[in-house]
Design a protein around this ligand. Structure first.
Ligand SMILES: [Fe+2]
Length: 200
């Protein structure tokens, strides 16, 4: 049974930090912390966010989740993604880049998939769902670099908004999206809803 995303329990005694403090700490991490998943996952688990400090970066759209850039360096980009109840992402990969997710507001579930076959030239694929991993304020998650295809959901029955914090290393501006039912895949471009607190 493949485990395709791993999670870390944050210390119950960890102090909440503001998003500014979180960014300062992230900027101090070394290249090696972003090359594997353990170093950055430990940092995120030890640095639960004060949700109130995120407010300047949160924009909501009734039709689609929003992608809000908070910080970007050569090594990583940091985004807050805002999910209304019932919203979910496409099934996607991360272009070979590492990804960490935390849920400072609400909770989200990650559905992982295993790729049986993928041919971008003909846009055909075969993927199967594997495990589900929940992201809560106390439990950040790292995407498994060996099984990086997943979707993210804010389940409608939970009835509350959610905000996820994403660290991607290195930054990427396109990814591959997949359809289980149609057996298709294709590359799409990625943009930002807002950058540094300002709507695009
Ligand atoms: Fe993702």
């Amino acid at each position: 049974m493949p485990i395709t995303a791993s999670s870390a329990d944050s210390s119950r005694t960890a102090q909440h930090v503001s998003i500014d403090e979180f960014v300062n700490g992230l900027r101090k991490l070394r290249k090696a912390d972003f090359a594997g998943v353990a170093g950055t996952l430990a940092y995120i688990a030890a640095s639960p966010l004060d949700a109130e400090s995120l407010q300047p970066y949160l924009f909501w759209n009734a039709q689609h989740y929003t992608r809000n850039l908070i910080d970007k360096t050569e090594l990583y980009e940091l985004l807050a993604i805002c999910w209304e109840p019932g919203m979910r992402s496409s099934i996607h990969n991360h272009k070979g880049q590492n990804c960490w997710m935390a849920a400072p507001i609400g909770r989200l579930v990650v559905q992982n998939y295993r790729v049986i076959a993928e041919d971008l030239a003909s846009q055909r694929c075969e993927i199967v769902p594997t495990d589900l991993v929940e992201i809560t304020p106390a439990q950040p998650v790292a995407v498994d670099p060996l099984n990086p295809v997943h979707d993210v959901r804010n389940c409608r029955e939970w009835g509350e908004r959610a905000v996820s914090l994403h660290v991607y290393s290195r930054p990427f501006n396109s990814c591959v999206v997949y359809s289980v039912e149609q057996g298709t895949c294709g590359e799409i471009g990625l943009g930002y809803t807002s950058m540094y607190g300002k709507l695009e």
